[in-house]
Design a protein around this ligand. Structure first.
Ligand SMILES: O=C[C@H](O)[C@H](O)[C@H](O)COP(=O)(O)O
Length: 227
């Protein structure tokens, strides 16, 4: 599985050119991409490439690997954003947010000229929600109220707990994460909009109609899916 992640990360480098501003995603697959990108920059095979990190994890990895970083508020445009996903459906709708970085990811990926997604074949599903819940970033004080609201959608929501800290996961933005399991997601775009309409919801992990290209690492090689 790690080799599949590495192979898509290597393939993603082909999309990066000199002078590009690159959105740097979060997670284990993008971590390889940031590492390889840093190598090309250090070897001067790429020039004037800057990364806009989607999380503290991406920022630390970029600094560690020699990718110069800039903030979203310092750039006029993002040429390409590269990120992983937790599920990809046949229309290239995604679920993201296992790493709790969904809000900055969505802001940066929405702004990017091209949004390139890197996954291994285990992430492909027929319908979103088949394998993973939908993460929802919420204002802490509102978590219980929102969990109740979500039941209206025929779903259950669980507050995500931390593993190396007592109590809940706190996101890079200081919020909580609810993981919502829906009975069935028929219209991802509609659900994405509806969830964001609940007061106190900051953002949710459905990324409908936003991915441009998905590179899938398979045992037979890297496959390219396009919308
Ligand atoms: O918040 C985390 C992100 O959405 C990740 O991009 C996503 O969970 C994929 O991560 P990984 O490449 O580790 O499977």
């Amino acid at each position: 599985m790690e080799e599949l992640k590495r192979s898509v990360a290597r393939e993603a480098l082909k999309f990066i050119e000199d002078d590009m501003i690159v959105g740097l995603g979060t997670g284990s697959t993008t971590a390889y991409f940031i590492e390889y990108l840093g190598k090309l920059i250090m070897e001067e095979e790429l020039e004037d490439v800057y990364g806009v990190p989607t999380s503290y994890q991406a920022r630390l990895l970029a600094l560690e690997n020699g990718v110069p970083v800039v903030g979203l508020d310092e750039v006029d445009a993002i040429d390409i954003a590269v990120d992983g996903a937790d599920e990809v459906d046949p229309h290239l709708n995604l679920i993201k947010g296992r790493g709790a970085a969904l809000t900055m990811e969505k802001i940066i990926e929405y702004r990017a000229g091209t949004f390139l997604v890197l996954v291994d074949e285990s992430k492909l599903v027929e319908r979103l929600g088949q394998k993973v819940p939908v993460p929802i970033e919420v204002i802490p004080a509102a978590w219980r109220a929102i969990a109740e609201e979500i039941e209206v959608f025929n779903a259950t929501a669980e507050l995500r707990m931390a593993s190396k800290k007592d109590g809940p996961v706190v996101t890079d933005n200081g919020n909580f994460i609810l993981d919502a399991r829906f009975h069935r997601i028929d219209d991802p775009l509609d659900l994405e909009i509806e969830l964001n309409n609940i007061p106190g919801v900051v953002e949710n992990g459905i990324f409908a109609d936003i991915a441009d290209i998905v590179l899938v690492g398979t045992r037979e090689g890297v496959k390219r899916l396009e919308r």
